[in-house]
Design a protein. Structure first.
Length: 125
């Protein structure tokens, strides 16, 4: 089986951005693994996506010390599971996913940028 990690900053993004994709990928021979910080949607997203959620503490804000801890936790997770594909979906998860796995020579590392769940990008002025 090809191991695939889908990583977002919060479980709500896993619930809304990739609805139904992981059960489909499992049916096509992939072993999907979800990664995000903990949140109120953590239990339900595991049921909906029929996949295990691994908790890596992440914040949406720029928090250098916490970001290094997130990077280290994700690196250890990748070392344990040895994924062939990593697909990140949110800015912080993209940074953690790209840097945390770059040194391990994964076959494919992908990042998808999408508008915010409410239908538009959020800019602060």
């Amino acid at each position: 089986m090809i191991k695939l990690i889908r990583i977002t900053t919060v479980p709500l993004s896993l619930q809304k951005l990739i609805t139904g994709q992981l059960p489909y990928m499992r049916s096509k021979g992939f072993e999907p693994i979800m990664v995000s910080a903990d949140g109120p949607e953590a239990v339900i997203v595991q049921q909906e996506q029929e996949s295990t959620l691994h908790i890596v503490p992440m914040t949406r804000k720029v928090t250098p010390l916490q970001d290094l801890k997130s990077l280290w936790a994700f690196y250890k997770l990748c070392k344990k599971h040895k994924p062939q594909i990593i697909h990140s979906h949110t800015p912080k998860a993209g940074i953690v996913g790209m840097l945390g796995e770059a040194s391990r020579c994964t076959y494919s590392i992908t990042h998808s940028s999408r508008p915010a769940i409410d239908g538009g990008f959020r800019y602060k002025t």
